[in-house]
Design a protein around this ligand. Structure first.
Ligand code: USQ
Length: 406
């Protein structure tokens, strides 16, 4: 298949491009390289040293003989460029990662909120609009998030996208319907993925676009089979307070002797998936497109759930790290239960990689190898969800630890 990977230079986009190229597909990355610009804005860098996208694709060609093409396009702003590219190439499938994906970054300031909404919603809408205009019947696979469901404890498992409901009619009878699970976003970033869902619902119904939305959990790990093949194919790895995600942050903190930064009681339960499984799921989704005219296909792309404090305690036991119990910069439930249905990927043959000590220590080793690249001052998470929370944030978890120890 000819596959366009929008956002193919990012944390999940890059290993997906390699995985699908390795499987024999003709891969075209479209990206505006915004993640690299945001690193510059924030004054941080990936833990792992990353080459330019052109250099990465050159190494992939040298290693495998396979070409991955790259085109610099800003989907949210360059509508005509995007449309022209799609008209010329007419891909069989499109994988859409091209969105600003960090919740803390989206909550940093009014400017960051505007940027995240404008970028994410326009990118998705420009793409759908162009597909209809060009009569392009490509299968669109979008990277959504588990966060669209929210984290309130309801005592029921979260279904894969749709909730059966009974509605009482005016005659007193009950009719049943399946509706999109009620959106309950916890950040501006998560809200944009909820808005995406409505755009998909409309375009699938109105124009018959074939769309799969993957509600992914928190990704952990860094390597996939293909990124291991050459040091310059390495994936990015974020550790900073805005882009680093919880489990990868704890592993890096353990590697550099930084106290593990648990927000609040650590009672937040979240869904997780290893990066290798993430790219496998995308391949599985591409193999099973919905029929034209059917509703949006939704998968929960996660393999296990964990409570944040359990993860911190497990890594502390494994590595001897201390835990810093910090005021939570986010407005979120202090404790929640989470049971998620994920039978659809399991039925398609996904054999999940489990969170085990072996794999976790492998990542601690990667972190130790590149520890010299870490700026400790960028580890604390300091983006506050509200003006009331801002003054409560601890900007120096290490200082606090030293004070309480003396
Ligand atoms: N947390 C800590 N300590 C930290 C960092 C985070 O306790 O040092 C807590 C947060 O308060 C939160 C939980 O860990 O309760 C998860 O935070 P996260 O930064 O790992 O994940 P999140 O902001 O939800 O976003 C990440 C990705 C996003 C993806 C989402 C999947 O950045 O792109 O959509 O995971 S999910 O969380 O399932 O919605």
């Amino acid at each position: 298949m000819k596959i366009a990977i929008l956002g193919g230079d990012g944390f999940v986009g890059w290993p997906t491009a390699l995985h699908l190229s390795d499987a024999g597909h003709d891969i075209h990355i479209l990206d505006n390289l915004s993640r690299r610009w945001i690193d510059t804005e924030l004054g941080v860098q990936s833990l792992t040293p990353m080459d330019s996208i052109q250099e990465r694709t050159r190494i992939w060609h040298a290693e495998t003989g396979r070409r991955i093409h790259f085109k610099l396009i800003d989907l949210a702003r360059d509508y005509e460029l995007l449309k022209n590219w799609l008209a010329e190439h007419r891909p069989d499938a499109i994988v859409h990662f091209a969105e600003q994906r960090a919740a803390p970054y989206s909550m940093k300031s009014d400017r960051h909120k505007n940027y995240t909404v404008n970028n994410n919603v326009n990118a998705t809408h420009n793409l759908l609009n162009a597909m209809v205009e060009l009569d392009l019947d490509a299968h669109l696979v979008h990277l959504g998030t588990m966060g669209v469901y929210g984290y309130s404890t309801v005592g029921a498992a979260i279904p894969e996208g749709y909730l059966p409901v009974g509605i009482e009619t005016m005659d007193g009878e009950t009719v049943s319907q399946e509706i999109l699970y009620p959106s309950n976003p916890g950040s501006i970033y998560h809200m944009t993925k909820c808005l995406d869902q409505l755009l998909f619902q409309f375009y699938a119904r109105n124009d018959g676009l074939r769309i799969t939305d993957l509600h992914q959990g928190i990704v952990w790990g860094t390597h996939t089979e293909q990124t291991r093949r050459h040091p310059q194919l390495i994936n990015r790895f974020d550790y900073d307070g805005d882009y680093g995600t919880v489990l990868n942050r704890f592993l890096i903190q353990a590697a550099i002797g930084y106290p593990l930064t648990v927000h609040g009681t650590g009672g937040q339960t979240r869904a997780f998936i290893h990066i290798q499984d993430s790219v496998r799921c995308i391949e599985l989704a591409l193999k099973t497109p919905p029929a034209r005219g059917s509703r949006v296909e939704i998968f929960n792309q996660m393999t296990e759930t964990h409570r944040v404090r359990d993860l911190a305690e497990m890594i502390a036991r494994m590595t001897g790290s201390e835990i810093a119990w910090l005021p939570n910069p986010r407005k979120e439930a202090a404790e929640n239960e989470l049971v998620v249905r994920n039978e659809k990927f399991l039925a398609l043959g996904l054999d999940p990689i489990r969170l085990e000590d072996g794999l976790l220590s492998e990542i601690v080793d990667v972190a130790k190898k590149f520890a010299y690249r870490i700026d400790r001052s960028r580890v604390p998470a300091v983006s506050a969800w509200t003006k009331e929370i801002a003054p409560l944030i601890n900007h120096d978890p290490e200082g606090k630890r030293l004070k309480s120890a003396s």
